[in-house]
Design a protein around this ligand. Structure first.
Ligand SMILES: NC(=O)c1ccc[n+]([C@@H]2O[C@H](COP(=O)([O-])OP(=O)(O)OC[C@H]3O[C@@H](n4cnc5c(N)ncnc54)[C@H](OP(=O)(O)O)[C@@H]3O)[C@@H](O)[C@H]2O)c1
Length: 115
């Protein structure tokens, strides 16, 4: 299997409730990687968790609702991880904010993170 080196490792993936983070989580799960999934929306995180558990055999998947833009949330999350062995961090939380161009607009688009 590809990504054999991920087997038995533990990865934190922020922004795991959707998009690139959720896709990465499922890929890592299929390679046997244990997962700590982070985002704000608990229901979407649970969906990712279920998909990961279906994709990975004998892996541990946990979810944490954290707003990465809030220091208090991050602090509490880090406290929960104290003493844990974490092998990989995919710090992906954020978003692409680009105004939809209208038919008459001549503005150029820009991107920024929601953090
Ligand atoms: N897609 C692209 O073309 C592109 C291009 C350049 C860079 N990127 C970067 O790649 C990353 C993922 O993009 P994507 O397209 O997968 O975005 P997406 O589908 O909008 O997903 C963003 C993820 O980040 C989470 N998130 C956003 N703000 C958060 C916050 N304050 N705290 C915790 N989690 C937060 C969202 O979960 P919740 O809403 O549940 O919190 C969601 O899981 C982003 O950092 C983005 O800037 C993407």
């Amino acid at each position: 299997m590809a990504f054999k080196r991920l087997e038995g490792k533990t990865a934190i993936i922020t922004g795991a409730s959707a998009g690139i983070g959720a896709a990465t989580a499922k890929l890592f799960a299929s390679a046997g990687c244990n997962l700590v999934l982070v985002a704000r929306r608990a229901d979407k995180l649970e969906e990712t968790k279920k998909a990961c558990e279906a994709a990975g055999k004998s892996i541990q998947v946990e979810v944490h609702t954290v707003d990465a833009s809030k220091v208090s949330d991050l602090s509490a999350f880090v406290d929960k991880l104290k003493g844990r062995k974490i092998d990989i961090l995919i710090n992906n939380a954020g978003g692409v904010r680009a105004p939809r161009p209208s038919a008459t607009s001549t503005r150029t688009t820009s991107t920024s993170c929601s953090r």
